[in-house]
Design a protein around this ligand. Structure first.
Ligand code: 5GP
Ligand code: MN
Length: 332
């Protein structure tokens, strides 16, 4: 992959640009995609942001979301936008399989592909890009990209809201160790540009349906298993339970982090039943590498302290399999 600066000549004249991100997009995925789209439009490009599937309700307010297409819901139109594009930007993922429905189309697309991402172990499929696992978020990297293009003054409050959303959600509201002084300097700059950070926080974290709060209570009271010998916790969620609480896209976001607030818990797992497979989410503190853990045992990957994976097996088997593996490790 060549450095992203080598792609700058391609952006000198107005281009048709297709931007996409990972399946089940989160705050950083949507923030980086929409923030980049708003910026590239200001530069005169025609931009189509495409999400593999639907957007969670708590992110539906985001600036530029009206122009977003869902590949799952409008695959013909989205495929046409991809065919028509001169350039493809990929943000917040580093393996085509993470886009699920778009994987094959990306594989077949012949246009130059540009990556902006902070996950470990990128696939060797991009022509240009930035892949920096030390970065807090892809939104921080989109900010860096805009600055590299000497366009800091083009960042307006809408772009600032998009970028702030991803940094806030990926850093656990600025508490994870990955939150550097540079991140705080970026946020200070966004504040100078008119960002209302409190409004964004309220829209993302304090706008829940009452049922979701009851669901969290249920998970903590009824479903949280602790393994003190391993400093670990496990929560599981079946399809039946999801229906009981009428869970919508994004409603399980953040649940995996909650047990990490318990003293001495340094490794948290959430297992979700999804169709004919189970989805794993892992979080850790300190030097337990859950990215390798997810890659080795759960067909996944991600970051050192936050990762995920999936396996095709029933939920009860997945729980037994997880416990077997847990008994072999000693996170510290
Ligand atoms: P989450 O638990 O929030 O779904 O994901 C945590 C992190 O792990 C995210 O950065 C996400 O990109 C990554 N991740 C989640 N699921 C998978 C997966 O199935 N495969 C890979 N490679 N990464 C994943
Ligand atoms: Mn991210």
């Amino acid at each position: 992959m060549r450095p992203i600066q080598d792609a700058f000549p391609l952006l000198q004249t107005p281009k048709k640009i297709f931007i996409t991100t990972h399946h089940k997009p989160d705050g950083d995925a949507l923030g980086s995609m929409l923030g980049l789209a708003l910026y590239l439009r200001k530069k005169g490009h025609t931009v189509t942001p495409v999400s593999p599937n639907e957007v969670p309700g708590f992110l539906a307010w985001m600036p530029g979301i009206d122009s977003l297409m869902s590949w799952e819901a409008e695959s013909k139109k989205a495929q046409q936008a991809l065919n028509d594009a001169d350039l493809i930007f990929c943000v917040d993922f580093n393996n085509f399989s993470r886009t699920k429905f778009i994987e094959q189309a990306l594989d077949e697309a012949s246009q130059p592909k540009i990556l902006i991402d902070h996950h470990l172990v990128p696939a060797p499929v991009w022509d240009y890009g930035m892949s920096i696992p030390e970065k807090s978020s892809t939104c921080e990297m989109v900010y860096d990209f805009i600055n590299l293009c000497n366009d800091n003054e083009l960042i307006d409050t809408e772009i600032a809201e998009c970028l702030y959303t991803g940094v806030m959600t990926d850093t656990g509201s600025f508490r994870f160790p990955i939150t550097t002084a540079t991140v705080h300097e970026m946020i200070a700059d966004l504040k100078h540009k008119g960002l209302d950070h409190s409004k964004v926080h309220d829209l993302v974290y304090d706008s829940w349906p009452a049922m979701r709060m009851r669901f969290v209570g249920y998970m903590l009271l009824e479903k949280m298993e602790l393994f003190p010998d391993y400093n670990a916790s496990l929560m599981t969620l079946s399809r039946k339970e999801m229906m009981r609480f009428d869970l919508q896209a994004g409603d399980t976001e953040g649940i995996v982090n909650l047990p990490m607030s318990i003293a001495n818990i340094q490794f948290a797992t959430l297992i979700l039943e999804r169709g004919d497979e189970v989805k794993f989410s892992f979080r850790s503190k300190g030097n337990f590498d859950v990215s390798s853990f997810a890659r080795e045992h759960f067909n996944g990957g991600g970051h050192f302290n936050a990762s995920g994976g999936s396996l095709k097996m029933p939920l009860n088997e997945a729980v037994a399999y997880f416990k077997e593996i847990l008994s072999d490790i000693h996170p510290s």
